[in-house]
Design a protein. Sequence first.
Length: 725
Amino acid sequence: MAQTEVSTYCRICEPQCGLIATVDDGKLLSISADKKHVHSKGFSCVKSSAAVELATDPDRVLKPLKRVGGPGEFVEVSWDEALTDITRRLSAIRSAHGKDAFATFLGNPPAFGFAAVTWLTGLQQTLGVRWRYSINTEDTASRMAASALLYGSAAHFPKPDLWRTSYVVLIGANPVVSHGSLIAEPLFREALESVVERGGRVIVVDPRRTETARRFDHVAVRAGADAYLLLGMLNVLFAEDLVDSSFLKRWTTGADELAEIVRGYPPEVCAHRCEIPAETIREMAVGFGRASSAVVYGRTGTCTQQFGTLNNILQDLLMVVTGNIAKEGGWVFGSGIIDFARLARMMKMDTYGALRARTVDRPDVFGVLPSTALATDITTPGQGQVKALLTVGGNPVNSSAGGGPRLIEALESLDLHFSIDLYVNDTNAYAHYVLPTTHMFEREDFPVLAMEGMLRPAIWATDRVVDPPEQVRPEWEILQEIARRMGYGGAYSVAPLRRLAKIGIQVKPRAFVDVLVRTSPVGDLFGLRRGGVSIKKLLRDHPHGKQVSPHVPIASLGHILRTADKKIALALPQMLDELARLQDVKSDPTYPLRLHGMRETRSHNSWMHNVGRLMPSSRKLTARISVVDATAAGLADGDLATITSKAGRVTVPVTVTDDMSAGNIALPHGWGHQGGWRRANAAGGVNSNVLASGLVEDLEVLAGMSVLNGIPVRVERAAESAVQG
């Protein structure tokens, strides 16, 4: 059979780049960028092309596995045997201990697929699952909490209108490597370059001169002290009368109170804490306030701090007080295609603080609880104790600050743990069952989540590129079958669909998606709108996608705000409490340096470390340290260093580099594997989260974020250190 080329797209991260798959006789041969794709325009990163190896990885799980011994000791069983035992045991656990005895954990890989998230939500609502955990508290929860507090909805994700702005402050983000997060813009670098081409400015605030910072203006900050930079800028904006008074009067409350609060944070005071010169803080603020349009974009680096939600609130306040919100070139809302916030409300995901973790006093954010609560929620006896757990594409033992030995001990105590995944990883090695699921090129899909974050709205869909292996099933089918075997008909959020499923009528993912598309502003309204699209028409007539608008539509604040008074509170009580806590932070001379994470081009969290193209044997984990700090510790390039925090200790080789600012040390995450994937295990390295505390008193307060950036540490030359030759 001749080779064929099939249009599809990537589902590894937010940009969702268009791809061309080369297929021969039903086998996936290669993946390349789709040069005709209307959104990514020929861009894709190395991870998407390497994903071919994920599909054919000899370590991939291809049949249901049942644990028969110690961790990672499995035998293959039939689907019927696995699902019969799982549903029997799950039903018995719920009967004996109540519905709260069952919990779920969602990881990153399935999060960009429509069906997996939709059916998991359906199963949770069908079974009344309250304890829903995810990797959200290692990534985005503080951003969502800030949206809930400021705008009244955790599902309102404001976006930086990069293609039309004149001033950008990037803080705690490295989009040249990560391609952005909570927005879907594969041409992020080009968007930033366009700002400079228009005569504007891009400033990158980061402890390290990152790949992004090298291309623009770099301002080095002490890791974890970003709040002081933001407070200092707010001080200058009010002091220099660079605020938009008419906007503040119309859309906000508490402007005078905020002005009084930030009066106590002049640049000279903030400079001492964030280690950015006062004149630089002042110059950044004046430039921001005088720009015709301006935006702050902060991501993981600012979210995963001791004051992550405060950082996000302060970032937004910079745009609010200058009127750079719901404005061209500023902080904008609106997707133009799928109303994600409305969809989230319909699915009952649009929550903040609707419940709190059972044993850790932290709120749910966007319907999920902190992963750091999982271990104690399992091990602490009493009402609602977790006895059964489903993990879907998750690896919290490796990826969560609440992971490691404490979580392993908790997992081993469960009456039932079953997992849906591509691999036996560091977490589900302790499961009773691992159920094999499809790779992204083996399933049809539609980029619902990406559409919320697009700066240049477009729409597309994909059929599956190749058939999955015989015993591999998509997540939604597995979840649907579990609900059916437990007597509910199907894993649907609404009872009428469950009743239809009981009589053999199943509504499948494509039907759901087709309704979303056909009733959207670009849909065909089931034939009533000429020129509109459906899933069938997208696949047939627009294999490279359909461009909807060159810019994101700007929704009015009146439409967006869901606060009781339809205004933005500038002096939130929660913010005031966090500012008081910020003032109480004291430095411990025992731990003089600050540790932060960093993105690597060939990594995506912990789940792509078993791919040869991304993880050659020559690739090793190193910590990055400045020349100043290396000299002080007696370290040379390649030496082994011991990094110690109050939570733990790791030993790792160092790379001495001028890219690091003094006082900070960077260590990538996702290494140190001990699962059933041989290449990932052989790569060695250490789990950086060993240095992060999972104790409740050390978690971020407002969103339960793990503190992964700005961790106080000390660095010493390891006793066994020697320059690596």
